[in-house]
Design a binder for this molecule. Structure first.
Ligand code: PLP
Length: 376
């Protein structure tokens, strides 16, 4: 099987499986319990927190475990906006966010916030200047994804946060870093970002575990209540097995190796698409190397996905969350239907190979020869 849909999810790595197995067999005590079994579970959790905090470039006190990237985005966005409601009247957001951000911001619109959406250009990029031009003295929150999950478009979150704070130091800056975590060298401590989300299953941990960075001293209104775990921000008995599995996956990931590999493969794929006339690339030129989005004009995405699936190759149409619906990112870019309906997203991970890319390209060339063009 050739799996090139790593932006949707990744295969759980052996280290992660072993860590979850050990946690369930040996460290199943409640981390809040006041006897040895509880202390052992708590110690293991603390170690996991250190590992993930190090990888994000923050302190352990700034790192909160959650159930997933979606939950992290909800806690941060709702909490930051509501905490600024007295004076904050508007929210600035890109027009191509993941639904876990887009729909959360939409819900804040119903609470009375004005939402200022900044659309991507036809090249897939969102202009930093345009985002900053929408910030004013009443901006409660700016939220922008570091890497777009459908095209790999990048926003420089360090420059964004710096720019926002220079206009309004009270404005909160949230970044969805789910697709950039371990795929860029940015450390949160070097930025003025206030909150940032990551998710385990994009980096070979199981689904159902994520983390949220909250800068020390940052004011966030709590939206969940319970036993006070995760310093009251995200109550609920800690999911030790998933958290330890997440830390094990992070420990076994080599950022440089992953980035070098993705750069090599993205170049190889982009060249093949252009040279064999396979289609039009939708990802910006300076996109993250982990995602390449292109359109095989004249061939509907679903038909091509099915063709590839029969040959054991897994790729995606838009995002996995769109579940067959048209890509909201490509639509936001203003691309025509022919391009949106024929889009394919290829996404790499640290152990994706050149042979896999070549096999994909061969299969796509075969698809072009075999399949009937739509609209004919
Ligand atoms: N943000 C982005 C950019 C994503 O790609 C995803 C998942 O695809 C999420 C958030 C949601 O993460 P999770 O699946 O852990 O809820």
């Amino acid at each position: 099987m050739i799996y090139l849909d790593n932006a949707a999810t990744t295969k759980v790595c052996e280290q992660s499986i072993a860590a979850a197995d050990r946690a369930m067999r040996e460290l199943w005590g409640n981390p809040s319990s006041l006897y040895n079994m509880g202390f052992e579970a708590k110690k293991a959790l603390d170690r996991a927190r250190r590992t993930i905090a190090d990888a994000m470039g923050c302190t352990e006190q700034e790192l909160y475990f959650t159930a997933c990237g979606t939950e992290s985005n909800n806690i941060a966005i709702l909490g930051a906006a509501r905490a600024r409601k007295k004076w904050g009247k508007n929210i600035v957001v890109t027009g191509y966010e993941h639904p876990s951000v887009g729909n959360t911001v939409d819900s804040l619109e119903k609470e009375g916030f004005e939402i200022r959406r900044v659309m991507p250009s036809k090249y897939g990029t969102v202009s930093l200047d345009e985002l900053l031009s929408r910030v004013d003295s009443e901006t409660a929150l700016v939220t922008a994804m570091a890497v777009n999950n459908e095209t790999g478009a990048v926003i420089d979150i360090k420059r964004l946060a710096q720019g926002v704070k220079s206009i309004n130091s009270r404005t909160a800056v949230h970044c969805d870093c789910v697709q950039s975590f371990l795929k860029t060298k940015i450390k949160l401590k070097d930025t003025l970002v206030d909150t940032a989300s990551v998710s385990g299953h994009k980096v070979h941990a199981p689904k159902g575990v994520g983390a949220l960075y909250v800068r020390k001293g940052f004011n966030l209104e709590h939206s969940q209540f319970g036993g006070g775990q995760e310093r009251g921000l995200r109550s609920g008995t800690e999911n030790t097995a998933q958290i330890l599995a997440f830390a094990a996956a992070v420990e076994s990931w080599d950022i440089k190796k992953a980035m070098d590999n993705a750069a090599r493969l993205a170049l190889r794929l982009r060249n093949a698409i252009v040279m064999s006339g396979l289609g039009i690339i939708n990802s910006p030129d300076d996109a993250s190397d982990f995602v390449v989005n292109f359109s095989l004009i004249g061939y509907r995405s679903e038909t091509v996905l099915h063709f590839l699936d029969e040959r054991g190759i897994c790729v995606s149409g838009g995002s996995a969350c769109s579940g067959g619906k048209s890509s909201h990112t490509l639509t936001a870019m203003g691309l025509d239907n022919a391009r949106v309906d024929s889009a394919l997203r290829i996404s790499f991970t640290t152990d994706s190979t050149a042979e896999e890319v070549d096999a994909l390209v061969d299969a796509l060339c075969e698809a072009q020869k075999t399949l009937v063009r739509s609209g004919k």
